[in-house]
Design a protein around this ligand. Structure first.
Ligand SMILES: [Fe+2]
Length: 296
């Protein structure tokens, strides 16, 4: 469950010192993020650093077509952590359908701590999600339990656990900024999902992989044995389970002669998402073949 973490220090530190504290922390697990709460609070107490950071950012904007839109900045990617600055704009309720930032029920595949820096802070409804019993396939029923409705005003620090903490954010009354420290993961073991709150099902995934899917299909269409071996390697070893599922999908679709072998390898994946994905694919292919046979 999301925890609000008490930290009363009034000390303020510059960005460089914050980075050295994060570098020295050497996060091994998401629980270790709690050790960085004082550092995050002390950075949030520094009322000057963000203005300086944005000024430096703007000075580098030489490309006329550069967009100001991305509200997420990642000024520091350390070995074990990512430091993010997130801007939460005020959005007219009439625009609700046009943006993904808010009204978007989702969990995260990483653990993180977040601190309100400026502005009134976004509102959020928090639920716990039984992610360990969910493969993350679109349409799958999910178990969500409401925990609390709260806000992220300046100075408040909250710790989100990977997988289990799901929330919906609502626009703040005034433009707000939050600071995050995210635990970096070399291998993704948790499926991040968005949810249909009426049906209580998985609606989709925030992380899109259209490039990988297109390349996999292109390689299979154009491919030879060499590219097939490369794809099998990705399907077996890629650290992101959804990329492995997409690679198996392309291999199975474009290599009908090897389907039994490929299915047997795919269903041995360590992650339930890949196993469930391939199992569904297998049943769909069998259904299509049956329908084709009965129509002839
Ligand atoms: Fe979120």
């Amino acid at each position: 469950m999301v925890r609000t973490v008490e930290c009363r220090t009034e000390l303020a530190i510059p960005l460089d010192e914050f980075y050295s504290l994060c570098d020295r922390a050497g996060l091994q697990s998401e629980e270790d993020l709690e050790g960085l709460v004082p550092a995050l609070k002390q950075l949030a107490n520094n009322s000057q650093f963000l203005e300086q950071y944005f000024c430096d950012y703007l000075k580098d904007l030489s490309e006329p077509e550069h967009s100001f839109l991305p509200p997420v900045f990642m000024p520091r990617i350390g070995e074990s952590y990512i430091f993010r600055i997130v801007i939460w704009p005020v959005i007219d309720p009439a625009e609700r359908g046009n943006q993904l930032l808010y009204h978007y029920p989702h969990n995260h595949d990483v653990g993180f701590i977040t601190c309100g820096y400026t502005g009134s802070g976004y509102h959020t409804d928090i639920y716990s999600f039984d992610y360990e019993h969910c493969t993350g396939l679109v349409g799958e029923e999910v178990d969500l339990e409401f925990q609390e409705s709260t806000m992220l005003p300046p100075g408040k620090i909250m710790q989100y656990k990977a997988g289990t903490d799901m929330h919906i954010q609502y626009p703040p009354e005034e433009l707000s900024v939050s600071l995050n420290v995210i635990k970096r993961e070399a291998r993704k073991n948790i499926v991040e999902c968005s949810f249909d709150m009426d049906k209580r099902t998985v609606m989709g995934h925030s992380i899109k992989i259209p490039v990988q899917e297109s390349v996999f299909n292109a390689v299979c269409t154009l491919g030879n044995e060499n590219s097939k071996d490369v794809l099998i390697d990705i399907a077996q070893r890629h650290p992101f389970m959804r990329v492995r599922a997409a690679a198996w999908h392309a291999l199975i679709e474009f290599n009908p002669a090897d389907r039994d072998y490929l299915f047997s390898k795919a269903v041995a994946d360590e992650h339930s998402h890949v196993r469930a994905y391939t199992d569904t694919l297998k049943r769909n292919i069998e259904k299509q073949e049956l329908a084709l046979a009965s129509s002839q």
